[in-house]
Design a protein. Structure first.
Lengths: 109, 670
């Protein structure tokens, strides 16, 4: 379903990025960064309430179809983060995470 | 394998005898044929390399068998190729005609899985004997007894034999020392096992079982020649008895009793309560000692932390430890958790020793199959370099004694450290006798296990203090902000110290001066002397203006010195000054030293003031002291309110975080 999935760290570098290889990867990377701008805009609009952050993310996505996707992604992301062997600044190397992402990517065969 | 009988290549029909059939089918499975019947070219290449023939011959073989033309190795091509390899090894030219000759089985060196082992140096005669037992003449000093044992085993338990290909971690993950020692032995063993497995494969029994058995057997074999034989016999017997469902013994992913004990001890060293969790940080430090690369440890964590809570329960810990041991022994890490390692399994084992094993082997095989064959070769290579022989020796001894015992994970002293041993374990854990244990453990541990064991024994040292990011805020709130906000406030409060009055302390007051210098400047006790003291104080303050904090410090320690009323005031001030105490104390000696300095200076001023002037002055001073006290009070009140506010903010944040956590919890569980 997804064509490109990326996890961006706080410092604006990608912890994990993968796109369906048949497409233009660079274009997707740019899109990812522009989407970050949208996120940032929404964050600043919400205010300082920390509790809303999570809802914000869930609401940013088109809640109809992508909600599940994001939730899955977020779950696997938290699993990766919970791994004590994972340093927070490293790229995500978890195979389980890769597996889930692959499952969510467009299956072009 | 129907193809065995008719391996046609380029139109020639090749007939294979029984042994060849078995051998080739084993090799065939080793090479991981995919659904279309094509064999993995990498596997085939490995196999060819293992035959130790020159590359030209291999090319020729490839060409002759038809694979080159086809571009891949189908089963017929593969079989023809094997025949050709055998022919070439026997010295015959690489031609199709050669395959029709009655050839010995091709020999492959370094091929973990089954066939080569057994056949590596098997002369044709042995084949006739059912050399499948793996009488690798050259490398392994198979005793005739072993061979016969193997034959017997074969007869009784075909499946049981550790067949090489499915041996998942087999080759490499020696149960530690055992494997090392007998690397050549193991090869032979594997050969024997392979033979057995081949037979078993052909049997109706599920191959899976075979594989399972074989893999543990493989482990066992590696350690000692004799032992494996015994183990096999025992395992075979057991299989026969159990109905070949007892894959646990052979399953490298099954935790044996000894291993369980060891894990338990390690867990206790980290966390005395077996029912509690080991935190992720603690576990990280512990497992980092095993010196596995971090990505692998990360993967192991992912596999073992089933409930994804960032901490390890006892069963999760055992799983992780087991995986680490297996990995250290050379077993490749599985992509998913083997059923025997799942947290619920251990309890099952205790409750229903037999049934879970029967059910699980099948599953394990599916997981293990693809891996083992790949791993075997690499594992062998890996194992070879690092094989201390000490453990093997140790294991050999008990094994020798165990002639007839089943292979059980041994719980020998040093072997307790070898966690990788998965040799067939007796189904009921409690059935493990020390004897059995010693016997069955042989193959499991790699040579490094002892080292690992030692390391692991030393492993759980107190974890280094972890940076606690979450606390940073608190600390910053408490200390930094307080100091930042408090001190300026207080300083500002103290800033307007009383104007410097000419010091006119009477000599009698000098003694008091020292005492009262510590008092708050606002201590306007109604006592007449106090006014004089305030003089001193003011002077001091003016002289010590930069040490406003010092004044505050005086408040704290100087309560005793104050008179009653002043004491009360001071106490009140001191409480508010609590966060400043350390600062105060620092200043205290300074202030004291400074105070001592001025007093002598002050003593000089003429003590002989007119009484009336003193009175008026006292009044003024009292008033000033009152004012200062009020200012101080105001400052302190402000500080107090600010702190209260910060406290509220922190509370709110905490509540927010907790609510977030609550919200995330159901998400994590979904």
């Amino acid at each position: 379903m997804a064509v490109c999935i990326a996890v961006i760290a706080k410092e604006n570098y990608p912890l994990y990025i993968r796109s369906v290889p048949t497409q233009n990867e660079l274009k997707f990377h740019y899109t990812v960064h522009t989407s970050l701008d949208v996120v940032e805009e929404k964050i600043s609009a919400v205010g300082k309430s920390l509790g809303d952050q999570r809802e914000l993310y869930l609401g940013l996505l088109y809640p109809t179809e992508d909600y599940k996707m994001f939730r899955k992604l977020h779950n696997s992301f938290t699993d990766v983060m919970c791994n004590p062997f994972h340093n927070p600044g490293d790229t995500i190397q978890s195979k389980a995470f890769d597996g889930i992402v692959s499952g969510m990517m467009v299956q072009t065969g | 394998m129907d193809q065995e009988s008719g391996a046609a290549s380029a139109g020639s029909f090749i007939s294979l005898n029984e042994h060849e059939q078995r051998y080739y089918s084993g090799l065939h499975s080793l090479c991981q044929a995919d659904t279309s019947g094509k064999l993995s070219s990498s596997k085939v290449a490995e196999l060819f390399k293992a035959s130790q023939l020159p590359p030209e011959s291999l090319h020729k073989v490839t060409e002759v068998c038809g694979a080159k033309r086809l571009g891949y190795f189908g089963t017929p091509q593969f079989y023809v190729a094997l025949k050709l390899l055998a022919a070439t090894q026997s010295g015959l030219p690489v031609r199709l005609e050669s395959v029709t000759a009655n050839l010995p089985l091709p020999r492959f060196v370094g091929l973990k899985n089954e066939p080569e082992m057994r056949y590596s140096t098997v002369p044709p005669g042995i084949e006739g004997q059912g050399a499948q037992c793996g009488a690798a003449p050259g490398s392994v000093s198979w005793t005739p007894a072993e061979r016969s044992t193997f034959r017997h085993l074969e007869a009784s338990v075909e499946k049981k034999e550790p067949w090489s290909p499915p041996r998942s971690p087999c080759s490499s993950p020696p149960r530690s020392p055992l494997t090392y020692r007998s690397y050549p032995y193991t090869k032979q063993r594997n050969g024997a096992d392979a033979q057995m497995t081949y037979e078993s494969k052909q049997s109706s029994r599920p191959i899976i079982q075979l594989e399972q058995h074989s893999s543990p057997n493989n482990y066992g074999t590696k350690s000692t020649v004799e032992h494996p034989a015994m183990a096999r016999a025992s395992s075979a017997e057991r299989l026969a008895q159990q109905g070949a469902v007892d894959d646990s013994e052979d399953d490298p992913w099954r935790i044996t009793e000894e291993q369980l004990e060891y894990y338990t001890n390690q867990f206790k060293s980290l966390q005395p309560d077996l029912g509690a969790l080991i935190l992720g940080a603690v576990a990280k430090n512990f497992f980092t000692k095993s010196k596995l690369p971090i990505p692998e440890l990360s993967h192991i964590w992912e596999l073992s932390d089933v409930d994804r809570d960032g901490a390890l329960t006892f069963s999760e810990f055992c799983t992780a430890f087991h995986l680490i041991v297996a990995r250290k022994n050379g077993y490749p890490l599985p992509e998913s958790l083997p059923p025997t390692l799942q947290p619920g399994f251990m309890q099952q084992e205790e409750d229903i020793p037999d049934t879970p094993e029967s059910a699980e082997p099948l599953i394990v095989f599916e997981d293990a199959e693809p891996r083992p064959s790949q791993m075997d070769r690499s594992i062998l290579e890996r194992i070879q370099p690092s094989l201390p022989t000490t453990k093997q020796d140790m294991k050999e001894e008990p094994r020798k004694q165990d002639a007839g015992l089943k292979r059980m994970t041994t719980s020998q002293d040093k072997q307790t450290l070898q966690l990788g041993a998965f040799p067939e374990r007796p189904e009921p854990p409690h059935d493990l006798d020390p004897q059995m244990r010693t016997k069955t453990r042989p193959r499991s541990y790699s040579s490094t296990s002892i080292e690992d064991a030692m390391k692991k024994a030393e492993e759980p040292p107190t974890p280094p203090p972890r940076p606690q990011k979450t606390h940073s805020r608190a600390s910053s709130l408490d200390l930094n902000k307080l100091f930042q906000q408090g001190t300026p406030g207080i300083k500002s409060g103290w800033l307007p110290p009383p104007p410097a009055l000419p010091p006119r302390p009477s000599t009698s007051q000098v003694s008091h001066f020292i005492n009262t210098s510590e008092k708050t400047p606002q201590n306007k006790v109604q006592q007449p002397n106090f006014a004089d003291f305030s003089h001193f104080r003011e002077e001091e303050e003016s002289s010590v203006k930069p040490e406003e904090q010092g004044l505050r410090s005086r408040f704290g320690p100087s309560t005793e010195d104050l008179t009653n009323a002043s004491k009360q005031e001071v106490i009140g001030v001191c409480h508010s000054q609590a966060p400043q105490k350390p600062v105060r104390r620092k200043y205290h000696p300074e202030s004291q030293s400074q105070e001592t300095a001025p007093p002598p200076a002050m003593s000089f001023p003429p003590p002989s003031k007119p009484a009336q002037k003193l009175l008026s002055r006292q009044k003024r001073e009292i008033q000033m002291a009152i004012r200062k006290n009020k200012e101080t009070n105001a400052v302190l009140t402000r500080l107090n309110s600010e702190l209260q506010q910060q406290l509220k903010v922190v509370h709110q944040e905490r509540v927010t975080l907790e609510s977030q956590l609550e919200l995330l919890r159901p998400l994590a569980s979904t």
